[in-house]
Ligand binder design. Structure first.
Ligand code: NAD
Length: 291
């Protein structure tokens, strides 16, 4: 048996087309969606992510503002910018690229974002709203995974789901979304005693670990859906320099019923959901302004 491939590039292209239409409709009503992105320091991976987010905005007809700060930027400087962006009605989304340099208080920075503009969904209040299954902003990567499950018509209600990883940006919100959608969810992490025991009974496995090819085919129940969130660059072996996920695709594809590849799986959906959250925020602002 060879698994069906869940194509993140194709889904992302389709959803981005819909987002562009919604952005154009808002612009025609005088409310062009706008995302402000703050980058502190010169981390090369962060710079690439920010570039891709800004380019994604441009293609979708979303205005973007970019604010670059040096590595030694002060907490006050960043907070002052956030206050300005919070107060600006033409800005609908605010994103602070993580990780921040160690001298900055990341929690304080994230909590300073107006929750109505918190399109990354990392503010504690949005996390609380998600846990209560109420309207707010949902973190982009797990939100993208839910969209992939939905379009691939993977039954979630009643399914046994295992999420590997408990980070605030992927694992925990992923578990919350699956719970809200009616799955029976187990969260595994670095202290889990027998990971394979859990994964082998799962109908849906979501891997968000950060360890290349860690989940192998023998850990998967035949026919299960495998969602690979990991993005790892291999630094040795025959594939050195290539990207791979947290799942050993070659062995898992032989056992699973459906699987996401890396690259071309969850990755493209993350920015897509950021664009969608920005448009949703602008739609709410237009509605509140009676436009
Ligand atoms: P993280 O380092 O914050 O969390 C990793 C989690 O894996 C932890 O909760 C830890 O307990 C768990 N873990 C570590 N070793 C384990 C083990 N041996 N067994 C079971 N669990 C173990 O990472 P993160 O930010 O959640 O990201 C996870 C992966 O997803 C990374 O590869 C990252 O690059 C990728 N990622 C991808 C996207 C995307 O857009 N596709 C977005 C965010 C993160």
């Amino acid at each position: 048996m060879t698994a069906r491939i869940i194509d993140g590039n194709a889904l992302s292209a389709r959803v981005r087309g819909e987002i562009a239409e919604r952005a154009a409709a808002l612009t025609a009503r005088g409310v062009q969606p706008c995302l402000a992105v703050i980058l502190v320091g010169g981390d090369p991976a962060s710079a690439v992510y920010v570039r891709n987010k800004v380019a994604g905005c441009e293609k979708a007809g979303i205005r973007s503002l970019r604010f670059d700060y040096p590595q030694d930027a002060s907490q006050q400087e960043v907070m002052a910018r956030l206050a300005e962006l919070n107060a600006d009605p033409s800005v609908h989304g605010i994103l602070v690229q993580l990780p921040l340099p160690a001298h900055l208080d990341e929690t304080a920075v994230l909590e300073a974002i107006d929750i109505r503009k918190d399109v990354d969904g990392f503010h504690a209040e949005n996390v609380g709203l998600l846990s209560q299954n109420r309207e707010g902003f949902v973190p982009c990567t797990p939100n993208g995974v839910m969209k992939m499950l939905e379009t691939a018509e993977v039954p979630v209600q009643g399914a046994e789901a295992v999420v590997i990883g408990r980070s605030n940006i992927v694992g925990k919100p992923m578990a919350m979304l699956l719970t809200n959608a009616g799955a029976t969810v187990t969260v595994c992490h670095s202290k889990t005693r027998d990971l394979a025991f859990h994964t082998r009974r799962a109908d849906i496995v979501v891997a968000a670990i950060g360890k290349p090819r860690f989940v192998t085919g023998d850990m998967i129940k035949p026919g299960a859906t495998v969602i690979d969130v990991g993005i790892n660059r291999l630094d040795s072996g025959p594939d050195a320099g290539k990207l791979c996920g947290d799942v050993d695709f070659a062995s898992a594809v032989e056992v699973a019923g459906a699987i996401t590849p890396v690259p071309g799986g969850v990755g493209p959906m993350t920015i897509t959901m950021l664009l969608e959250n920005t448009v949703v925020s602008a739609e709410r602002a237009a509605r509140d302004a009676g436009k």
